[in-house]
Design a protein around this ligand. Sequence first.
Ligand SMILES: NC(=O)C1=CN([C@@H]2O[C@H](COP(=O)(O)OP(=O)(O)OC[C@H]3O[C@@H](n4cnc5c(N)ncnc54)[C@H](OP(=O)(O)O)[C@@H]3O)[C@@H](O)[C@H]2O)[C@@H](O)CC1
Ligand SMILES: Nc1ncnc2c1ncn2[C@@H]1O[C@H](COP(=O)(O)OP(=O)(O)O)[C@@H](O)[C@H]1O
Ligand SMILES: [K+]
Length: 478
Amino acid sequence: MRTAYCVDTVRAAERDLMARLPEGALMQRAAAGLAAACADLVGRVYGRRVVLLVGSGDNGGDALYAGARLARRGAGVTAVQLAPGRTHAGGLAALRRAGGRTVAPEDAAGPIRRADLVLDGIVGIGGRGGLREDAARLAALADGSRAAVVAVDLPSGVEADTGEVRGAAVRADLTVTFGTHKPGLLVDPAREYAGSVRLVDIGLDLPGEPDLEALQHADVTRLLPVPGAESDKYRRGVVGIAAGSARYPGAAVLAVAGALRGGAGAVRYVGPAGHAVLARYPETLVSDQGPERAGRVQAWVVGPGAGDDAGTVAQVLASDVPVLIDADGLRLADVGAVRGRTAPTLMTPHAGEAAALLGVSREEVEAGRLAAVRELAGRYGAAVLLKGATTVVAGAGGGGVVRVNPTGTAWLATAGSGDVLSGLSGSLLAAGLSAVDAGSVGAYLHGLAGRFAAVGAPVGAHEVAEAVAGAWRDVVRG
Ligand SMILES: NC(=O)C1=CN([C@@H]2O[C@H](COP(=O)(O)OP(=O)(O)OC[C@H]3O[C@@H](n4cnc5c(N)ncnc54)[C@H](OP(=O)(O)O)[C@@H]3O)[C@@H](O)[C@H]2O)[C@@H](O)CC1
Ligand SMILES: Nc1ncnc2c1ncn2[C@@H]1O[C@H](COP(=O)(O)OP(=O)(O)O)[C@@H](O)[C@H]1O
Ligand SMILES: [K+]
């Protein structure tokens, strides 16, 4: 499991550790890891032109000490001091001793243009809001140069705890972060500014529950349902799909396509698209009765392509098995009915649907995904999976750790791929996974399947469903 902690927790852990270590030891660990990562990135250090963007806090100190290490290995290092009177004194002295030089921000354009490597030490976890004007100008110069940009701890200008980007920020090729990932490194839009992320262990001891966690292959393998000798199709779980309409039969087909790949022993379909479903997937158990009379299931998926069929949504919500609500079902679901459920509920909105439920704009949801997913999970008393560039999953109530999905590709932004995800996660629910596990494992497999199906070219949602088995095998192989 990859984890991320918010700034307050990091600061407390740093204080504890610093009290037990000689002065400056932690910063030396950070700088050593940073310099090593830079050396790996550029391949050969000797003769490289390195520019340090140095703010007035310890983030600038890290950059200066790392710059000193690179200078001792033969790099030509120039530090741009944003606040000359308040630059980290020890770091500055170390850089000068190693032969580095300093320039004022107004003289930085030339060195940045000629640089091979730029280290962004403007702000780290002490930053608030988008970059101020003088810092933003340096970020723009770095963006316009051909240099590789390495962010120190965080890309300056992004919000460490939320992943928001409220103004100008540095765009990095690599972020070298210390002690733990910060939430902003895992959640868009900030995640995109970070480039690839390398974690340097500085010995921080972080307490129990993280703020965010991201599954990895080994975690998913442990959660996947696998049939044993005693299994039969009913014991593996039956998933009911109440989806599709005369207008949108395809949504039913795609949800069933996902459900068939999610580990349930049987897929039951209820709704007006039975013929279309059977034509494509003859193994589906099709019923033209409503959910109440369709036969026993261990979980329901309701909503994809459902149009205005509020009655079906209400029937499903009244059941005593886990329910996944997606698409039209989200609009039709009564908050009180969801809150009153005794079995788990998982809601799977995209940003537009989440915005409609919260009464805010889509942009607001996309800018602050963590706040939005927690808020929705609190309002509905349900687990919520918020889809998009970064998919995040909060448990019922919205408190506690949020799962963030590390797989996926923007090629998944194609009509119907959400229907596949709802079937897939619903199937995992029926197989016995908790709402958060079903959502996050479903998103993980779906994201991986999207990558396998796309390999750099457009795909249709049905191809994503077909690639799920390959994703599953890849996860299990490790
Ligand atoms: N603690 C430890 O043990 C370790 C900490 N480590 C390192 O320390 C970093 C934290 O250092 P920190 O606390 O000094 O804060 P930091 O991120 O440098 O920012 C403060 C400065 O930013 C400025 N500023 C703020 N917002 C701004 C904006 N929007 N635009 C522009 N400027 C802005 C603000 O200016 P002021 O408001 O004071 O004028 C202030 O001067 C951490 O990320 C890690 O790299 C590692 O060495 C490992 C050990
Ligand atoms: N920019 C993106 N990057 C990665 N994944 C994305 C992006 N945009 C959408 N997705 C994923 O694609 C799927 C789209 O689902 P959804 O919006 O419900 O589509 P539909 O309603 O057409 O089925 C979701 O799994 C979502 O996370
Ligand atoms: K930084």
